[in-house]
Design a binder for this molecule. Sequence first.
Ligand SMILES: Cc1cc2nc3c(=O)[nH]c(=O)nc-3n(C[C@H](O)[C@H](O)[C@H](O)COP(=O)(O)O)c2cc1C
Length: 304
Amino acid sequence: MGLNLEITLGKIKLNSPLILCSGIFGFGNENIKFIDERKIGAIVTKTITYEPWPGNPQPRIYETNYGMINRIGLQNPGVFYFMRNIFPKLRKKYKRVFVSISGRSEKEFVEIIKIVSKKRIDAIELNLSCPNFENEKKMISQSSELTFKIVKSVKNETDIPVIVKLTPNVTEIKEIAISAEEGGADILSLINTIKGLAVDFKKMRVIDGGLSGPSIKPVGLKCVYDVYKVVNIPIIGMGGITCGLDAIEYFLVGASAIGIGSGFYSNPQIIDDIYKTLKNFLRKNKFKSIREMIGLLNEKKENF
Ligand SMILES: Cc1cc2nc3c(=O)[nH]c(=O)nc-3n(C[C@H](O)[C@H](O)[C@H](O)COP(=O)(O)O)c2cc1C
């Protein structure tokens, strides 16, 4: 059989370090038939909110020469519909299901957690990158205090491992990551999309949304690199991964697993390609496991 690509994320064992990012695969039924499930460690659902949300009006996705701008918003059918009608199908199909959630207030986060915690979910991912917090219109993960507060409240309500997904749109991501860890986060997910704007000349309009794809990889790497030094919890690295070498870069700077996002749109075979490159890379460099690669080009800060 040769090498396997098993990893552990805190207490969660995954048979592969490749995770399908939130939002890319909808609720796991779309596009997914191309994917060999044995090669993915976990699927993360599109972010779920308490009430159903219609999302933003068109245009929602716009291709640029440097990546994609999306302004889909958190379109979803709400937590009750999701848990009743969608989650059971995902549970049957995938070995590990991570459910992404977001709320407009601390109370809403807690309410959602109470509902999703009744089922066998492998992890909850808190999407703290949405500009929807009460009246402030500020992203939760742009504030250390809010991040700490929300993570702590959520952790008080559940025994399911909690992944905290952060925005890169901050002055110092290390501070936010430390607050998430102090609030009780089990795992971090870095990064969500970066604020961006495109101009559509044909229709003389702008598309104001979140940038993803190859151009954000250096930002994602830098975030993982910086945060790895100052936290003791594992990091799922993502942003601009389009091939196996991109994934390896993320491991070398400190990611324990990696997220496949919009790279899937330009290459539906991306999972197979990365999986194969990872195996070859381990073999060539005589690594016995992914673990041996993690943080090899980085180091933890002493006494941080
Ligand atoms: C169309 C689209 C929808 C997304 N929806 C969500 C979402 O619902 N929740 C979330 O946390 N991230 C969402 N993301 C962000 C991705 O999960 C990922 O963090 C980001 O795209 C960076 O990775 P990439 O450059 O590989 O795409 C979305 C991204 C795209 C392109």
